[in-house]
Design a binder for this molecule. Structure first.
Ligand code: NAD
Length: 321
């Protein structure tokens, strides 16, 4: 069995490799060559932790396994460890034998950023100039970094519930040589693409904060009850997602569906656009939404890719297991 420790991931995995792995597995999901297993997520009654498993099987890429982990809210203050902790386990689909154990913390941020970038590539207008960011936490920095590689933006505009955190994303824009401006929420009307990645339970972005033709990647809502954008925005948009069942139950679409504004059948898999079985954006005035809920197959795809890179570079640890 091979082990790729968390400390090696930053030296091995690139946003480009994550993009390629995620785009491929979204396509495999839409063509039914890959499927996710039901998600387990439990409050374990210890350290206020949420722990669970996300797994799946990709028959096209022959990737089988799961990501185990969750959220330990007191890690940082008590131990100086990050609050999100996860590990990916890969198994040989021919034998069921354990194949690899891979640090999953940085990979989670890279695969989540890759998902919104894939949606921008396939759903945003070709002539986008202004990128809007809602959120300025840990994930937001990765989201912005990856998005700035997908298109040549002239400007980044940003809003965050805690304004003092905006410097986190301002720095990412500066490092990429793109001007940054803090705006209020109505200021998002200037954006051609908006990425929202917050832990909010009430919407910030309202339908009238968004101009026709905008693509919005809603990446923060991954749990029942969370919400980043007004439900009415989804009824004005064409809605795409990684996994329809998750979108309507734990994703941003849960609210629009519960309010009867859209139906489950109004939500399309992004993989269908990648495969060419859905045309994607129909006009320059259409608003498109990508409801990125985060699926286990994304984790397995980037972990499999990182194992190959680790073997190539001779840094995978081999253990007799
Ligand atoms: P973080 O704690 O580093 O940042 C949280 C962000 O949310 C900050 O910008 C904060 O200002 C903002 N925020 C907090 N309360 C808010 C409120 N009431 N209204 C508006 N904004 C508010 O967290 P993170 O690691 O960046 O994660 C952000 C979100 O992304 C979380 O909800 C997390 O579960 C989710 N996430 C989703 C995926 C996926 O695949 N879709 C993957 C990883 C994380």
């Amino acid at each position: 069995m091979l082990i790729v420790p968390e400390r090696e991931i930053a030296n091995l995995m690139t946003p480009e490799a994550a993009f390629e792995a995620v785009e491929k597995v979204f396509a495999a999901m839409a063509s039914k060559d890959a499927y996710n297993f039901p998600v387990v997520r439990e409050a374990i009654g210890h350290e206020d932790a949420l722990y669970g498993f996300k797994g799946g099987f990709d028959q096209a890429g022959l990737t089988l396994g799961l990501k185990a982990g969750g959220y330990w809210p007191h890690n940082l203050e008590k131990r100086g460890e990050i609050n999100h902790q996860s590990t990916v386990f890969l198994f040989d689909p021919d034998t069921g034998k354990a194949k690899a154990m891979v640090g999953g913390n940085l990979l989670t941020a890279l695969r989540t950023a890759a998902a919104s970038s894939v949606s921008i590539k396939h759903l945003a207008r070709k002539d986008v100039k202004v990128l809007g960011m809602i959120g300025a936490g840990h994930q937001a920095t990765f989201q912005l970094g990856a998005a700035l590689e997908t298109r040549a933006y002239e400007k980044v505009i940003g809003w965050n519930y805690h304004p003092d955190m905006l410097s986190n994303i301002e720095k990412v824009a500066a490092d990429a040589g793109v001007p940054f401006e803090a705006v209020d929420l109505p200021g998002m009307k200037d954006a051609d693409v908006i990425i929202s990645i917050t832990s909010a339970f009430t919407p910030s972005l309202m339908a009238d904060h968004v101009s026709p033709g905008t693509h919005i990647a809603c990446m923060g809502t991954d749990t029942k009850g969370k919400q980043e954008v007004e439900a009415a925005l989804l009824s004005r948009a064409t809605v795409f997602t990684d996994e329809v069942a998750q979108s309507v139950s734990i994703g941003e679409a849960q609210h629009a569906v519960a309010a009867g504004l859209i139906k489950e059948s109004d939500v399309y898999q992004i993989g269908a656009v990648i495969n060419g079985t859905h045309a994607g954006r129909a006009s320059d005035d259409e608003i498109t939404v990508f409801d990125g809920t985060g699926v286990g197959l994304q984790d397995l795809a980037v972990a499999a890719s990182v194992v190959n890179l680790a073997v190539e570079k001779g840094v995978a640890i081999e253990v007799d297991f």
